[in-house]
Design a protein around this ligand. Structure first.
Ligand SMILES: NC(=O)c1ccc[n+]([C@@H]2O[C@H](COP(=O)([O-])OP(=O)(O)OC[C@H]3O[C@@H](n4cnc5c(N)ncnc54)[C@H](O)[C@@H]3O)[C@@H](O)[C@H]2O)c1
Length: 379
């Protein structure tokens, strides 16, 4: 059996469930160098914690994250709390010599993000990563490989959008709509993913942001019940003394344009108010020799257009990314042609190399997510 790694998970709700599931499954499907041990789960809601720990197999539970991150038995701290807590928790974990996995967006402010990056660089023994799970869709990882292998040639355009529709006026207040807790709205929540997807698939860094617009469509929301009630109370202040509503002070959508290394241009759009779109995390990349297209709403599929095809039969190819040995990660899961889902994107082996083509840039892909690169890369 592989040596083990004791995990402390901070946060027990949406991502708490997704990450717990990943820790349970990863060693069953991948040959892992370290066996994750579900040591301690931390949350705010003590009543919900005991049944959560028992259901998912956590050995211990606690409401005191400051004690847990210092526990000598813990090796990896997994930060899956609201954005404003990421910096304090990750910095404390690094100071205690732990490895840190942190949910996106890395932090609620640029200042916090820089402090986290600097601490990660300084603590050389700690390994760090951000949960940019969409990279682990076989179709996205295949797109990354095809770009590196030159299948679409020099990149001209990247068109990325993350469109959701749950942010209408009927959705009550939560930490996600308050700057104090979230830092930003759709921007940090959704643009964070597609910015990462663009960098991951193309291998290109940003050189310039040329314009951005931000809009808030729903300015106040009903006060919530349950755990959110305690969390959001008084954050932005009630709209009026008699009102049962709280003010929203983050964006509902952010659009911006960018230039990338090598002359490519890119557009990004994130919104939680695009009615008709459920979780449409999509990207299209147009190169001089071909194009690629992906949407998470059809996550097992990558679309590929080869500009070298005869015009007589040219067209977009729909590639079902479920073939072991041909498509990254596919062989770890089910027999060929059996599709996977959202939860699979959180599991992979740390030693699973997704790119086989040798390249001068290979060091870049092994670099931890939030350490700065050294030296300048060029295509
Ligand atoms: N990678 C993805 O696809 C993805 C998807 C959703 C959310 N996220 C990110 O994950 C993080 C958590 O989001 P979520 O949707 O799970 O939120 P959530 O509201 O569902 O859960 C937040 C958890 O944090 C805990 N918490 C809050 N304050 C705490 C405190 N002071 N001490 C200890 N625990 C505390 C709560 O008890 C709760 O369990 C956010 O940064 C979010 O952006 C990532």
């Amino acid at each position: 059996m592989a040596p083990f790694c004791n995990v402390a998970l901070l946060g027990q709700k949406f991502m708490g469930r997704a990450h717990s599931n990943a820790y349970l499954k990863v060693a069953k499907f991948f040959n892992v160098p370290l066996q994750p041990v579900m040591h301690t789960v931390v949350g705010q809601d003590l009543i919900a914690l005991a049944p959560f720990a028992s259901r998912w197999g956590w050995r211990k539970y606690s409401t005191q994250w400051k004690d847990v991150v210092k526990d000598p038995a813990v090796h990896l701290v997994d930060v899956s709390t609201p954005n404003y807590m990421h910096a304090d928790q990750a910095l404390a974990a690094l100071a205690a010599g732990k490895h840190v996995a942190c949910e996106k967006p890395l932090a609620a402010t640029l200042k916090d993000a820089r402090a986290m990056r600097n601490a990660a660089v300084k603590s050389r023994r700690s390994r760090t990563f951000v949960w940019f799970n969409y990279r682990r869709c076989p179709a996205v990882a295949l797109a990354h490989q095809l770009v590196r292998e030159g299948k679409i040639g020099r990149v001209h355009h990247v068109r990325a959008a993350y469109l959701q529709s749950w942010g209408g006026p009927g959705t009550p207040m939560s930490w996600r709509f308050q700057r104090k807790f979230a830092g930003s709205g759709a921007h940090g929540d959704l643009n964070a993913h597609i910015i990462d997807m663009c960098r991951f698939v193309t291998g290109l860094e940003f050189t310039e942001i040329t314009g951005a617009i931000s809009e808030t469509f729903v300015h106040e929301r009903e006060r919530p019940g349950g755990e959110q009630k305690a969390l959001v109370r008084g954050a932005a202040g009630p709209s009026s003394k008699k009102s049962n509503k709280e003010k929203v002070d983050v964006d509902d959508c952010v659009l911006f344009l960018a230039r990338l290394h090598g002359g490519a241009v890119a557009s990004f759009e994130a919104t939680r108010n695009a009615v008709g779109h459920q979780n449409n995390n999509q990207i299209e990349i147009n190169g001089e020799a071909g194009s690629l297209r992906f949407s998470f709403e059809d996550m097992n599929v990558l679309w590929y257009f080869d500009a070298g095809d005869s015009p007589r039969t040219a067209g977009w190819r729909r590639i079902m990314c479920t073939s072991a040995g041909n498509h990254p990660y596919a062989g770890a899961w089910w027999p060929d042609a059996h599709v996977i889902g959202y939860e699979h994107t959180f599991s992979r082996s740390g030693r699973c190399r997704i790119s086989t083509a040798p390249t001068k840039r290979s060091a870049y892909w092994k670099r931890p997510c939030w350490r700065p690169r050294t030296g300048r890369r060029s295509r």
